[in-house]
Design a protein around this ligand. Structure first.
Ligand code: F6P
Length: 374
């Protein structure tokens, strides 16, 4: 009989609860106990400070209390967010905080910990696990899909659907007003979300950091010419998707890079008009509007694919613990669930962060890019 801890850390995303549900179900079948740490590593601080007792953290058939007639595990996979909470207020990189976390961990007397996180939180928990000699298994989740060694992280698929639906909705208002709609899409330094949703949502231009690292004059000119080309073909509206990781023309990050692009398009089209390109002159000047999709992308009913992958990942984590195969990340590769040594994963994450690169960028020669180009 084993005691397994589970926590969610970093930005939330749809599908976290599907993982938790699968872990509890798979563990219960083996008659193991599962303890759900509230608010990531803060859960250990709560234990160390006596704010909660280990018994209070036990996840059973009913999970934590959930509203409605359907209780606990029955509905968990349909819910977005994380029933455990994902916010950590204590900074585990502070040695004093780390010490308290390690003390709390000991109190729970776990055989193993499952941490569901993105690249940043997996690295932090990996360090804690090394300090505390924890038996640790990681599960990747992030709408950015930027965890190395896994083709899919939980949360990404739902986010693609959310953005695709938003683009669909923007299309009609764009058409009614003959406007150019710019949608700013999350993804941190990766363009996966913008690229996938941009293709599925029929965007006319998709700007991702892997292909357009910054909004150079050439990129802005390309946008304007593409708009002119679309208009010349008879359609008077257009849809542009820009990933938030694309930088301004000074190669700096902009919180509202969509607005920045809108200004640049307006300025540049005016310049084009002044230099004799009548298609950009006042009467037909480009009317641009910007939508920042923001945290809507982190919620919504988890897609079937995120539930499926989340469930498979949860079961795999329990399987690894049964085999005492620790320090591994559950991954999705070539249509199946495998695991990868965490030291390899973390080494890539750190190397990429040192070089200011995304740890799992869009492949510029990949299928998705080829599809977008055509
Ligand atoms: O990493 C997930 C993510 O949603 C990014 O796409 C986004 O840049 C960031 O988190 C937003 O973070 P916060 O919720 O802290 O604003």
């Amino acid at each position: 009989k084993k005691r397994v801890g589970i926590l969610t850390s970093g930005g939330d995303c749809p599908g976290l609860n599907a993982i938790i549900r699968a872990v509890v179900k798979a563990a219960n079948r083996k008659n193991w106990e599962v303890y759900g740490l509230p608010y990531g590593t803060d859960g250990f601080i709560h234990l160390a400070k006596g704010i909660r007792t280990p018994e209070e953290l036990k996840l059973g058939e009913h999970g934590y209390d959930l509203p409605g007639h359907l209780q606990g595990l029955d509905i968990l996979q349909f819910l977005s967010g994380s029933i455990l909470g994902s916010l950590s207020k204590g900074n585990p990189e502070d040695p004093e905080v780390a010490q308290t976390i390690l003390e709390g961990y000991k109190l729970l007397q776990l055989d193993a910990l499952i941490a569901i996180g993105g690249d940043g939180s997996l690295d932090i928990i990996y360090q804690l696990a090394q300090q505390g000699n924890w038996n640790f298994v990681g599960i990747p989740k992030t709408i950015d899909n930027d965890v190395p060694f896994t083709e899919r992280a939980v949360g990404f698929d739902t986010a693609v659907d959310t953005v695709t639906n938003a683009l669909y909705n923007l299309t009609f208002t764009a058409a009614s007003h003959e406007r150019v709609m710019i949608a700013q899409v999350m993804g941190r330094d990766a363009g996966h979300l913008a690229l996938h949703a941009g293709i599925a949502g029929g965007a006319d231009v998709i700007l991702i950091p892997e292909l357009a690292p910054h909004l150079s004059d050439m990129v802005v000119d390309g946008c304007c010419r593409q708009i002119a080309h679309i208009r010349a073909s008879g359609r008077q509206f257009a849809l542009i998707v820009i990933a938030e990781g694309v930088r301004n023309d000074h190669n700096e990050k902009e919180k509202y890079i969509g607005d920045y692009l809108a200004q640049r398009i307006e300025q540049h089209s005016q310049k084009l008009c002044e230099t004799g390109h009548k298609e950009f002159c006042p009467l037909s000047a480009i009317d641009v509007r910007v939508t920042v999709l923001g945290h809507l992308q982190r919620s919504g009913t988890p897609s079937s694919s995120d539930r499926l992958i989340g469930t498979a990942f949860g079961i795999k984590a329990i399987e690894l613990i049964e085999q005492e195969a620790y320090s591994r990340l559950v991954v999705w590769q070539h249509g199946g669930v495998y695991s990868q040594p965490l030291d390899q994963v973390i080494a890539v994450i750190r190397q990429c962060h040192r070089e200011n690169r995304c740890a799992y960028p869009v492949d510029p020669d990949g299928f998705m890019v080829q599809t977008a180009r055509s």
